[in-house]
Design a protein around this ligand. Structure first.
Ligand code: ADP
Length: 161
C-alpha cells in the first residue's frame, strides 16, 4: 500500500489543504494528514482543536487519516511505514523554505521522497493566516474553509472580541 504523509500546522485546515489531499488521493492509497505540535509557533487553534477540525473536514474523504505528531517528521513517516512526504507550493516564497526542508529531510532519511503539489489556481493565494485576517474583519469564508472550520473560527473570533 502506497502511503503518504501530508504534514503541517493546519491552523486551521483550509480548502487549499483539502484540494492537495484530494489530488494526492489519486496517486496514493492512503494519506495521513499529520498535524504538527509546534511549540515555537503560537497557533490560533490548540493542537487538539486543529486535529479535530482536520478530522471533521476530511471525514467525507476515503483513505484519509488524521494524526497528531511531534518531533522529527521523518521519524513519524518511518513509524507510519509511509514512503513519501507531500507538501504544497503556492508562491516563490514557499519554494525557498520547502526546498530547505526537503533537502534536510532527504539528508536525515534518504529513502523518504518529498513530492510537491502545485496549488490549484483558485487556492494559490489562500493561506491559513490570511483567512484568519479575513475572518476577523467579518469577510465571507465559504470559498476558503470547510464548514466545520468556519463555525469554529467564527466562535473563536467572537470569544476574542
Ligand atoms: P506549515 O506550517 O508546515 O507550512 P501549513 O498548514 O501552513 O503548515 O501548510 C501545510 C502544507 O500545505 C504546506 O506545504 C503548504 O505550502 C501547503 N499549503 C497551504 N496552503 C495551501 C494552498 N492554498 N494550496 C496549496 N498548498 C497549500
Amino acid at each position: 500500500m502506497k502511503k503518504a504523509v501530508f504534514p503541517g500546522s493546519f491552523d486551521p485546515i483550509t480548502n487549499g489543504h483539502i484540494d492537495i489531499i484530494t489530488r494526492a488521493l489519486k496517486l496514493f492509497d492512503q494519506i495521513i494528514v499529520a498535524i504538527a505540535y509546534r511549540k515555537e509557533k503560537k497557533p490560533l487553534f490548540s493542537f487538539k482543536e486543529r486535529v479535530e477540525l482536520a478530522k471533521k473536514s476530511t471525514s467525507n474523504l476515503p483513505n484519509v487519516i488524521v494524526k497528531p505528531f511531534s518531533g522529527l517528521l521523518v521519524d513519524f513517516v518511518r513509524k507510519e511505514r509511509a514512503c513519501t512526504i507531500i507538501r504544497g507550493l503556492r508562491t516563490i516564497s514557499d519554494f525557498d523554505y520547502e526546498f530547505q526542508m526537503a533537502f534536510m529531510n532527504r539528508k536525515l532519511s534518504p529513502e523518504i521522497e518529498t513530492v510537491f503539489f502545485l496549488a490549484s489556481e483558485e487556492y494559490a493565494y489562500l493561506s491559513a493566516s490570511l483567512v484568519k485576517e479575513v475572518a476577523q474583519m467579518g469577510g465571507n469564508l465559504k470559498d476558503f474553509l470547510p464548514q466545520p472550520v468556519i463555525v469554529a473560527l467564527q466562535k473563536k473570533i467572537k470569544k476574542e472580541l
